[in-house]
Design a protein around this ligand. Structure first.
Ligand SMILES: Nc1ncnc2c1ncn2[C@@H]1O[C@H](COP(=O)(O)OP(=O)(O)OP(=O)(O)O)[C@@H](O)[C@H]1O
Ligand SMILES: [Mg+2]
Length: 548
């Protein structure tokens, strides 16, 4: 920048050959020189740009200095134009106007004649250096000015971004709070549902065959209980409290496998398209829950296209970076999207769609839990969910699912379910603090031919064990006041290392604490219980009778 600014020296020395002599001396500093005839010429040249000026005292003595003063006063803020004033010996003392020059010129260095040429050269060099510092200051000021000009814009952009992040955070916190409330309610509800299902199931077995009327009644009660169970599952799903069976899953075959189910769910008016990128890595998901989520999304799409349209399910690979502003942490994902050509959503609906119980459907038609479940599931699996929609422009639902890239994730721990296992009669210790639930479970177990000793707490169970109660297995609720099921299992393990434990869970507890224990989710039916016990006593290692 400095080099672009003029580096010449101006000379105003009207007497004799003074100007030529001065120019000759200045040549040594390496700057160009311009000899000016009078003050007016000097001011004009300085205004055009110059590094400094050498002026003799007598050139100023009689001249009109006002234009000069004006120019100096109007210098830009970075500039303090340097002068070298060549004076006569004693000239200043004799000249009362000298003080006036001083004030006018500002940045002035006096050099009394006669002087040695090297003195002028060194003073000229100092003036040049001073001027260069001014040029640098000018460059910084210009940069600053540019910066401040764009500052407002940048502050605005940063503010917008911050507001967007805050809005996102607010949204997330709201959902989190609702999730906690919902989760608590769903958990209690689930506990109530367990004995209801159990009792109905037993009654169906006992009386369903002999009394067809009772059979029908019990059958429809069971159906209602099943629907309630689905609801509770969705709620637990939203609250991220469902027990997930996460495993590496090939999305392409999962989606293709669902095609017919989706097609029949959305009806013949809607075209179903499936597109999966080839060579996708497996996704680390719970395949059953993911199928449910996809189905929820497709059903929403159907409802948004009463006159038909198209729904497209697609999966592709995606690397998410920190600055992508997506609802997921940086990492490797599979992006599963369900896109429709339906009515779309207005801003308000879009903002609230994920909230549990938010539905624009007729009373009794929609629970408003479909998207809540999808959102909660995505979060619980370590992924993310986002809706994009505008009225008349259809809807796109994006699900980010974590990719299973780790070799350790590739093993498939999923054991195929047995039909209804037939086991030898066993002696079981059943522990549950809730009497209704415990009675129901005990009834199921006895009905399967096992003998059951019931205990209402971990402490009570330990007393029975200390008394020497012989058992083949322990079946215990996970969440109990005082001692949790996992803790009881640990204590039992110390007393009797060979006795297997089946943990009955309402939601994902602390997986670290009970990760290696067999589990059964509430609510369950007799067949689930029987199968869980069978798996417990015949762990996957010796899978002799296990079919596909
Ligand atoms: N694909 C879509 N197109 C247009 N609107 C949608 C779409 N998906 C969801 N919505 C809107 O979001 C609301 C909430 O959806 P959500 O799936 O959570 O509940 P629902 O569909 O109303 O009830 P349920 O899923 O229990 O039948 C819907 O009522 C609808 O207004
Ligand atoms: Mg829905």
């Amino acid at each position: 920048v400095t080099s672009a600014l003029p580096d010449r020296a101006l000379i105003l020395a009207p007497r004799g050959r003074d100007a030529q002599v001065a120019a000759g001396m200045l040549r040594e500093t390496g700057v160009g020189t311009l000899i000016c005839a009078d003050i007016a010429a000097l001011v004009a040249a300085a205004a055009d740009g110059a590094a400094f000026a050498v002026v003799t005292e007598e050139a100023l003595r009689t001249a009109d200095l006002r234009p000069f003063a004006t120019w100096l006063a109007q210098q830009p803020e970075w500039s303090d134009f340097p002068f070298i004033l060549l004076t006569e010996r004693g000239g200043l003392e004799r000249n009362p106007a000298a003080g006036r020059f001083l004030e006018t010129l500002g940045n002035v260095t006096f050099l009394e004649r006669p002087f040695h040429p090297t003195t002028l050269v060194s003073i000229a060099r100092a003036a040049l250096r001073a001027r260069h510092r001014q040029y640098d200051a000018r460059a910084s000021m210009m940069a600053l000015r540019e910066l401040s000009a764009s500052l407002e814009e940048r502050v605005e952009a940063a503010t917008d971004e911050r507001q967007a992040v805050l809005a996102q955070l607010h949204e997330a916190q709201k959902l989190e709070t609702i999730g906690q409330l919902t989760g608590g309610v769903a958990h209690d509800f689930n506990n109530l549902l367990t004995p209801i299902t159990a009792a109905l199931d037993l009654m169906q077995r006992r009386y369903g065959g002999s009394d067809p009327r009772a059979g029908r009644l019990i059958g429809s009660a069971l159906q209602s209980a099943e629907r309630a169970k689905t609801l509770v599952q969705r709620l637990l799903g939203f609250a991220r409290r469902q027990t997930l069976q996460t495993r590496p899953t090939d999305l392409a075959s999962l989606i293709t496998g669902m095609r017919d189910l989706v097609a029949s769910s959305v009806g013949p008016m809607i075209e179903v398209r499936v597109r999966c990128e080839v060579g996708l890595p497996p996704a680390l998901v719970d395949p059953n829950q993911l199928e449910l989520a996809i189905l929820n999304l497709c059903v929403n799409s159907r409802d948004a296209m009463p006159d038909g349209g198209q729904v497209r399910i697609a999966a592709e690979r995606m690397t998410v970076d920190a600055d992508d502003r997506l609802p997921v942490a940086p990492g490797q994902y599979l992006l599963l999207s369900v896109t429709d050509t339906g009515s779309g959503m207005d801003a308000e609906t879009l903002a609230r769609a994920v909230e549990p119980f938010y539905s624009t459907k007729e009373q009794g038609k929609g629970t408003g839990l479909g998207l809540s479940m999808v959102h909660g599931l995505a979060a619980q699996m370590g992924g993310g969910f986002r809706l994009e929609s505008a009225p008349g422009e259809g809807t796109r639902a994006d699900l980010w699912l974590p990719a299973a890239i780790d070799a350790a994730d590739r093993r498939d721990p999923a054991a195929p379910a047995l039909p209804m296992a037939d086991l030898r009669p066993m002696a079981l210790l059943l522990v549950d603090d809730e009497e209704l639930v415990r009675n129901g479970t005990a009834e199921m177990l006895r009905d399967l031919g096992h003998s059951v000793v019931e205990a209402a707490s971990g402490g009570e169970a330990l007393i029975r064990l200390a008394d020497g109660l012989p058992i083949d297995a322990l079946v215990t609720d996970y969440k109990m006041p005082g001692m949790s099921g996992a803790e009881l299992a640990q204590r039992l393990h110390r007393l009797r290392p060979d006795v297997p434990v089946l943990l009955i869970t309402g939601y994902t507890g602390n997986p670290g604490e009970a990760a290696d224990l067999a589990r059964l989710d509430k609510p369950f039916r007799q067949a689930d219980l029987a199968n869980a016990l069978a798996r417990l006593l015949e762990p996957p290692g010796d899978a002799g009778r296990r079919g596909n």
